[in-house]
Design a protein around this ligand. Sequence first.
Ligand code: SF4
Length: 117
Amino acid sequence: MKYELTCINCPMGCRITADYDGKEVTNIQGFTCARGKAYAQTEITDPTRMVTALVGVAGSHKPLSVKTRNPIRKPLIFDALQAIRETTVRPPVRIGDVVIENVCGSGVDVIATENVE
Ligand code: SF4
């Protein structure tokens, strides 16, 4: 199967093409640097995404913005969003504090992206 991707790792947005037979990615072309080649391999075989969302704050109507510290595997995103939705934090919270450890067994923590007093 032939894939056409746009690398999202920098503003150049290189157009990358590759073949995938269900086991191996081959004939990767169009990337300018090694990050693009690695991106194509991951995107085709096991895509990942950063997740950003809001969690409730105890005693406040204003939610706290959070994100995954690193991208998580795409099949885990729905469950991760559900886990985030069910979470409430207690102030104070600092940027970078872990809000959910190892969300859904992804190996990635959900962290705060703002301070709450
Ligand atoms: S392949 Fe390299 S240069 Fe091209 S968009 Fe990706 S990161 Fe940027």
